[in-house]
Design a protein around this ligand. Structure first.
Ligand code: BG6
Ligand code: MG
Length: 212
């Protein structure tokens, strides 16, 4: 209550790119003969690309991979992922998300992004949201990914607001932990809401309008 701003995670909150992440990692894992399923995928939510790869490789039993080989695997996954992103259009932004963003802004709230993804600018552009947010903090301006609070603290700094004035919206347990570590309250949807990780655990993103 009394929030001045909302900081949104991107993948799995504003758009369904979490599914594209899953498909691209699955293709990479299948190529390596590594077991990968939706449950393991939930552990990748909010986690950086290289940390995600390490989680997937917990199931790998082949010859040891050096850093260059790991970077090549992550690059291969990112190429597949970006092929999916390139197909996205503003129609991939759901009516509910759009109405919710517009209604929050209509109430005078400032809106920001707090995402671990280095692909954030590309995704926002594909969705027709380039320039929509008051601040964007993403994988390109952080050194530590969630559950470290850096990405949200940077978003609050870009907005010029203290954490207590900002509500974070997340689908990742690691993201809710990051919010709490930074002194933010968290509203969760999806996997994180199921886990009860938020201060508010929502069935739908439009329920944010009842929270703020
Ligand atoms: C987060 C996703 O938003 O971004 C993670 O939840 C992903 O699953 C991370 O690994 C990094 O994304 P990218 O686009 O930089 O590979
Ligand atoms: Mg997410």
């Amino acid at each position: 209550m009394g929030y001045q701003a909302i900081i949104f995670d991107l993948d799995g909150v504003l758009c369904h790119t979490d599914e594209y992440h899953y498909q691209a990692w699955k293709a990479m894992a299948d190529g390596l003969g590594v077991y990968f399923d939706p449950e393991i995928n939930n552990r990748l939510r909010g986690v950086s690309r290289m940390d995600s790869l390490e989680i997937i490789l917990e199931q790998y039993n082949g010859p040891e991979l050096n850093q260059a080989e790991k970077l090549a695997l992550a690059e291969k996954k990112n190429e597949l992922y970006r092929q999916s992103l390139a197909q996205m259009t503003p129609d991939d932004l759901s009516g509910e998300v759009k109405r919710t963003l517009d209604a929050l802004r209509g109430r005078g709230l400032r809106l920001a992004i707090g995402s671990s993804s280095k692909n954030t600018p590309f995704i926002l552009e594909r969705l027709g949201l380039g320039g929509f947010f008051d601040a964007v903090s993403d994988g390109n301006n952080i050194t530590r990914s969630k559950p470290d609070p850096e990405v949200f603290l940077k978003a609050a700094e870009f907005l010029g607001l203290p954490s207590g004035d900002c509500l974070v919206v997340e689908d990742a347990v690691s993201g809710a932990q990051a919010a709490h570590a930074g002194g933010f309250r968290a509203a969760c949807v999806g996997d994180a809401a199921k886990a009860g990780a938020g201060d508010y655990n929502l069935d739908r993103i439009s329920e944010l309008l009842d929270v703020v």
